[in-house]
Design a protein. Structure first.
Length: 207
């Protein structure tokens, strides 16, 4: 596996924020706050879940959670890019292939998703689709999909809360939202069994 240690990951996380803020489309103060809180909580929650399993690497899970959204170094709307693809390029350039993979897989819950249903179709999304066609999801992909959903803008939350919030911010119809929510519920059930306890309870999330 190729991934940074925690110190390297934390330094790169700060680099991402610095670069974004020196770009023509910097974070607004509140956006930077929620970005920091979201990434840190995803990292912490992923590590907690990994610590309660027998065969997952807690440090790797923390690093994946911290850097899963490193593609936010660019403004998606202004630069017409997909943050998963941007993050993949960043991490590949660093030689951190395990993190590069997560940058893409945490965004797409189905390997064979219908690209016609995606809100914005561009070369980045087409690349992501091709990448997904060449891999099989593993436990780390599942964990990052789950922990990303269980935190909304820095606030730990239920799956239902998160998808309602996303539907209010992005062009996701109700049918799509329910479909995605059901996929993530299956990830939750998987880790409930793997941890031998309720993940919501483990993370202190009120149902």
């Amino acid at each position: 596996m190729s991934y940074p240690n925690i110190k390297e990951a934390e330094e790169f996380f700060e680099y991402v924020i610095k670069e974004r803020n020196s770009s023509p489309c910097p974070f607004l103060p509140e956006w930077e706050k929620t970005y920091r809180e979201h990434c840190n909580k995803v990292a912490q929650n992923a590590k907690i879940i990994a610590l309660h399993t027998k065969d997952m690497n807690p440090e790797l899970c923390y690093v994946m959670g911290l850097l899963h959204d490193c593609g936010r170094i660019k403004d998606e709307k202004a630069e017409q890019c997909h943050h998963g693809w941007v993050g993949y390029q960043l991490m590949t350039a660093k030689g951190w292939d395990e993190i590069a993979r997560i940058c893409i897989t945490h965004n797409f819950y189905e390997k064979d998703f219908d690209i016609k249903t995606y809100p914005i179709i561009n070369d980045d999304v087409i690349f992501c689709q091709k990448f997904l066609s060449q891999i099989d999801f593993n436990e780390y992909d599942y964990l990052m999909q789950l922990t990303d959903v269980l935190n909304d803008m820095g606030k730990d939350c239920t799956i239902e809360y998160r998808f309602t919030s996303l539907a209010n911010r992005y062009p996701i119809n109700k049918e799509q939202m329910m479909h995605f929510a059901n996929i993530i519920k299956s990830r939750l059930s998987y880790f409930n069994k793997k941890c031998n306890r309720d993940v919501y309870e483990l993370l202190g999330i009120r149902k």
